[in-house]
Ligand binder design. Sequence first.
Ligand code: F6P
Length: 342
Amino acid sequence: MRVGVLTGGGDCPGLNAVIRAAVRAGITRYGHEFLGLRHGWRGLLECETTPLDLDVVRGLIGKGGTILGSSRTNPYGHEGGARNAADNMAALGLDALIAIGGEDTLGVANRLHHDFGLRTVGVPKTIDNDLSGTDYTFGFWTAVQIAVEAIDRLTTTAESHDRVIVVEVMGRHAGWIALESGLAGGADAILIPELAADPDRVVAYLREREARDQHFAIVVVSEGVTLGDGTVTGATDEFGHTSLAAAGVGERLAGYIANATGKEARAVVLGHVQRGGTPTAFDRALATRYGIHAARMVDNGAFGRMAALRGAEIIDVPIEEAVGTLKTVPPELFADAEVFFG
Ligand code: F6P
């Protein structure tokens, strides 16, 4: 079989490890042949390809980013784009396609499978960890690790200056990074998009701390949090998502805290630092297991399905299950984190 591979959406640590594992397993175990598609779905729309063989994937396990490039191109957002994508699969002689991506990329893989019978297999990627059907997406725990390292450093400077530091982390619709990094970093308050933000509650926590002679604080906030004013600015991509980088919830929350408490407050936006660089050992291993399983799925004909982690096992589920509903932070999990607020 000749198998295409693409990486779509925001990049994340572990993409190259998936590519390496899928190609290694596919060639050595099943005798498949591979072709890389450049920049996500754009590569299929424009037949922009790159060779993918054992030599190309050698040494990729710890390399950040994606050797295939990525984009947020949506074939369904272009007149005739989906048909074009299906036709190009045939033109490129591809029998199957491994799509490594999040909700948007996998949503397209699912539609192309159902609308045109394309033989697609999905691998769940996103630092946001908001895909259903799997316990974890690869890249998530690396982003959390990066955020925790930042929080540790920000804590010592906050303490030295009796300041409040608001750490804005990624997470458009789901607060997984904020929750886990806040818990692991010992944050004094965490705000996630799933729950209505109450800046006065944060101020109350800070006052409790002052009363206990704790004059500094770390507040972790997801970029997708709105402070009651609903303000979101920035460009919209082909999947209709607004870039939140310019919304500045961290800055606005820091301003609010400074006004309400009279304390010095600073905001730090971690941004793309959370997506760059080498994956953690966990993500290298998870990405590798996903890649091996994706090659197995192609060989087994498990199309329209996505590799998934359930407990300690790698299984596969219909892509539909993963992209149907966003996996958000359950309120009871957040309630446990509240033990440490204030
Ligand atoms: O891939 C997910 C993500 O990192 C989100 O957390 C974030 O909102 C978005 O991508 C940023 O996108 P871009 O890299 O296009 O600014």
